[in-house]
Design a binder for this molecule. Structure first.
Ligand SMILES: *[C@@H]1O[C@H](CO)[C@@H](O)[C@H](O)[C@H]1NC(C)=O
Ligand SMILES: *[C@@H]1O[C@H](CO)[C@@H](O)[C@H](O)[C@H]1NC(C)=O
Ligand SMILES: *[C@@H]1O[C@H](CO)[C@@H](O)[C@H](O)[C@H]1NC(C)=O
Length: 420
């Protein structure tokens, strides 16, 4: 715990990146609601929480959704939780945040993992790839597999960030996971309100490849950077997070949260114990793998158990590090009552030859000119330019093998994807 507080955790790393790449938010000022259990639940100020960035002008029916300063013709861009701006979105409204529906996912079917840009409804799949181009996640042999691959460009491994499509606010969240071992490698299974670290809450399981005999838990409240909440649990008896699958459970209730590993209760936290600075905001479930051991602040490297083997040994770079998720189960405290129709935006289909989407990858001219080079698979380094436009210097790392229509969208979100 002390170790965590004096070093940089996953969240801190993300903040360092985010600070350089995203604009600051105005804090929410409305009074917090208090639940029956006395838990302080900050009001859902979607503008602040989900970083609504205005478009240069209102969007038209062909690319109706104003998100991150762009008019976009993809359903994800109409989502409130992606930062959609209602008064600039054609029709004047964004789609609501898809709340919880209980499920168990065994990852037997590749279609349960999609690219975010292909999402049509929040029930189409379980999880999306936040970051095409550096997503490195697949469904294989009954597992969701997250892969950390060496990237020359970054001088460290590029991993994966895979959130659920629907949000949860209290419930029981379990996954059976086999981690990637090795110093510097971080495997995480968390709940998190937004992909940004500046707002919202977070509850973490973090399994460090640098010490596979222990499991770390942590949580953050209302975007506050407070590293004193981390805890370490020693597995004992030959326990190794990378040796076999283990079941990790977050039992998250308004009156307390409990962490379990293989049905052993390893930690309990009540709101009273933390002065009601207790995670209570809506969140998605994320899996991620990342390289904390190369080209990172010293504190982060130390926390991760030291340098990753491939930082200096190029021979190790050919072998990716893989995290396996056998299944994920979410039991919601409250099920979303809204019909699917509420989540489906009205996006006009262009008639032949008239819409402005042909050369613009589905985006209206209401966005900065794209100056990137096209390749057969899309646009090389497409993120850099569009990313610049939204304040990111180094957006889509790695080759973007997405359709042209997706590339600008990828760049729009890349800034967020860096921050986990
Ligand atoms: C690994 O974790 C165990 C259990 O928390 C701890 O006793 C041990 O000191 C750790 N090893 C290293 C190298 O940090
Ligand atoms: C566009 O043209 C093609 C070929 O002429 C035709 O099959 C298609 O239906 C047209 N689409 C629209 C939306 O008019
Ligand atoms: C496009 O390709 C040319 C030639 O390879 C290169 O000089 C230029 O910098 C590239 N532009 C961008 C935006 O990547």
């Amino acid at each position: 715990m002390t170790k965590l507080s004096s070093t940089t955790s996953a969240l801190a790393m993300a903040v360092l990146v985010a600070a350089a790449t995203s604009s600051l938010l105005v804090a929410t000022t409305a009074p917090a609601a208090v639940s029956a259990q006395g838990v302080s639940i900050p009001p859902l100020d979607t503008g602040a929480l989900f970083k609504q960035k205005r478009c240069p002008k209102a969007c038209d029916q062909w690319s109706p959704c104003c998100v991150q300063g762009y008019c976009v013709n993809k359903p994800f861009a109409c989502m409130t939780s992606e930062g959609c701006v209602p008064d600039q979105t054609f029709g004047g409204k964004c789609t609501p945040i898809p709340m919880c529906k209980s499920f168990r996912e065994d990852f037997n079917d590749a279609s349960v993992l999609i690219d975010k840009y292909d999402m049509q409804t929040p029930d189409q799949a379980r999880m999306w790839r936040e970051y095409p181009g550096a997503d490195h996640a697949t469904v294989e042999n009954g597992n969701l597999v997250l892969e950390l691959q060496w990237s020359d460009k970054d001088g460290r491994g590029q991993g994966a960030t895979i959130p659920t499509l629907r949000w949860v606010q209290f419930g029981t969240i379990s996954a059976r996971i086999k981690t990637a071992g090795g110093r510097g490698v971080v495997n995480s299974f968390i709940t998190k309100t937004t992909i940004s670290d500046e707002t919202g809450d977070e509850i973490d399981f973090e399994m460090l490849g640098g010490n596979v005999s222990e499991v770390q838990t942590n949580f953050y409240w209302n975007g506050q950077i407070d590293y004193t909440k981390g805890a370490r649990w020693k597995g004992g008896n030959g326990f190794a997070t990378d040796g076999d699958y283990h079941t990790y459970t977050i039992d998250w209730k308004p009156d307390g949260m409990k962490f379990f590993v293989d049905d052993t209760l390893i930690r309990s936290v009540t709101p009273a114990q933390v002065g009601n600075k207790y995670p209570a905001q809506i969140a998605r479930v994320f899996f991620s793998i990342w390289d904390a051991g190369c080209n990172m602040p010293e504190g982060t490297v130390q926390w991760a158990g030291g340098e990753t083997d491939w930082c200096k040994d190029a021979a190790k770079r050919a072998t990716p590090k893989r995290m396996y998720v056998d299944w994920l189960e979410v039991k919601c405290m409250t099920e979303d009552p809204r019909p699917l129709a509420d989540y489906i935006p009205n996006i006009a289909k262009p008639s032949n030859g008239t819409a402005g989407d042909a050369g613009m990858g589905g985006f209206t001219p209401n966005m900065p000119p794209r100056t990137t080079n096209r390749t057969t698979t899309g646009v090389s380094a497409g993120g850099a330019n569009a990313g610049d436009a939204i304040g990111s210097g180094n957006a889509a790392a790695g080759g973007v093998a997405a359709s042209v229509a997706s590339v600008v969208a990828a760049a729009v979100i890349a800034v967020a994807a860096l921050a986990l």
